[in-house]
Design a protein around this ligand. Structure first.
Ligand code: GLN
Length: 386
């Protein structure tokens, strides 16, 4: 039987590869982005209560109303804009499903979709499966800003979507309100959508404020904004996310979502809704919580041969290893894993055509003791690798 792959160039995701290698080698896993500490006790208790109380059958296709209402309240509080929970919010299987369903619903064969490299690894394949053509525009190292002139030059009549991610995985860069204004200006003469992955919205540092496409009236009119409770509830294994978009766009996303995952685990949705009701301030404490972890990690790395620009957002920190080695990033990540026993993520898999890269990504969503132990191992690296 002839099998013709729809994604012939795609292997196993780098997150799975590095996590498996970390496990095999007994290394500290600062590779895949997930906390090594538990979700809030209250959240776990609420989940137990919801399942015991018999909430174990299908949830509504668009999501539990109590959860959508809590999300609407949270959006109003954070971004000062009203969202209609019935017509604009859809609960999805993590943000990955929100992104996948939105692309499947909105991108037609032959459409161009602009992606900024390094781009999260699910974006390109989702566009290709929809028959679209990913147009990769590199961000400008070392600060990984968007070159708006290049974006202007990439606009063609075939442009259907621009995907942005802020705070940005893997670089930790955040887009400013001015960036959003530039995007709005570029898109004004087009019929293109904006798909904005904002799963790290509550992790922004040094007093910065998250600039959301949801908070930008002009962009939101053509927008789909994706969020994730995995990040905000320290519960990546729950796989609960959501897409917010104007009613006409939401209608199209739901047409796909209903045949993709149909609906998301009922007790998980109800537990999160109740948690948001009882602890509405939880997500607003995350920036402080994670900034402290970022600062601890970087303080512990003082005196190491790494260099860095402190992450502006997300729970990822890039470390520049050009003072230690001139090899490509994947090879260096391998050296760090074997010699220091710390797993990281190279950045090159997030590029269509990777340039020479001398940064690798570390996740600091870890217990303080994990960060201290990992940093101590990384401080030893100069001796090992040079
Ligand atoms: N979002 C996680 C990260 O960036 C990975 C999730 C996954 O493994 N698909 O590390």
């Amino acid at each position: 039987m002839a099998l013709k792959s729809k994604l012939p160039h795609v292997g196993t995701t780098i997150f799975t590869v590095m996590t498996n290698r970390a496990r095999e080698m007994g290394a500290i896993n600062l590779a895949q982005g997930f906390p090594d500490f538990d979700s809030p006790e209250l959240l776990k208790e609420l989940l137990a209560q919801k399942t015991s109380a018999g909430h174990n059958q299908y949830a509504p296709m668009i999501g539990e109303s109590s959860l959508r209402e809590q999300i609407a309240r949270k959006m109003q509080a954070n971004y000062g804009r009203t969202v209609n929970p019935e017509a604009e919010i859809t609960i999805t299987l993590g943000a990955t499903e929100a992104i996948f369903s939105a692309i499947s619903a909105l991108v037609h064969p032959g459409d161009d979709v602009i992606l900024f490299d390094p781009s999260y690894d699910s974006y390109g394949p989702a566009v290709i499966l929809a028959g679209g053509r990913p147009v990769h525009i590199p961000l400008q190292a070392p600060h990984f800003r968007i070159d708006w002139q290049r974006v202007r030059e990439a606009v063609t009549p075939k442009l259907r979507m621009v995907m942005i991610n802020t705070p940005h995985n893997p670089t930790g860069m955040i887009l400013s309100g001015d960036d959003l204004n530039q995007l709005a200006e570029v898109l004004r003469p087009t019929d293109a959508f904006v798909l904005s992955d904002e799963v790290y919205e509550h992790m922004v540092y040094d007093g910065a404020r998250h600039a959301s496409v949801f908070g930008h009236e002009e962009l939101y009119a053509r927008g789909v904004v994706c969020f994730s409770f995995g990040k905000t509830m320290h519960a990546t294994g729950w796989r609960v996310g959501y897409a917010i978009a104007p009613p006409d766009i939401t209608r199209e996303i739901r047409r796909v979502h209903q045949f993709n995952t149909f609906s998301i685990a009922t007790p998980l949705q109800l537990a999160i809704a109740e948690f948001l009701k009882q602890q509405p301030s939880h997500s607003n404490e995350l920036s402080g919580f994670y900034q402290r972890k970022r600062d601890l990690f970087l303080r512990q790395l003082q005196g190491s041969p790494f260099r860095w620009i402190p992450s502006e957002g997300t729970y990822f920190q890039l470390l520049d290893f050009s003072g230690i080695s001139s090899v490509q990033d994947a090879e260096f990540a391998d050296i760090v894993l074997r010699s220091a026993g710390v797993a990281s993520i190279p950045v090159s898999p997030f590029y269509q055509s990777p340039p020479h890269l001398d940064v690798i990504r570390f996740c600091f969503a870890k217990k303080d003791e994990t960060l201290i132990e990992a940093a101590a191992k990384l401080r030893q690296l100069e001796r090992v690798a040079s």
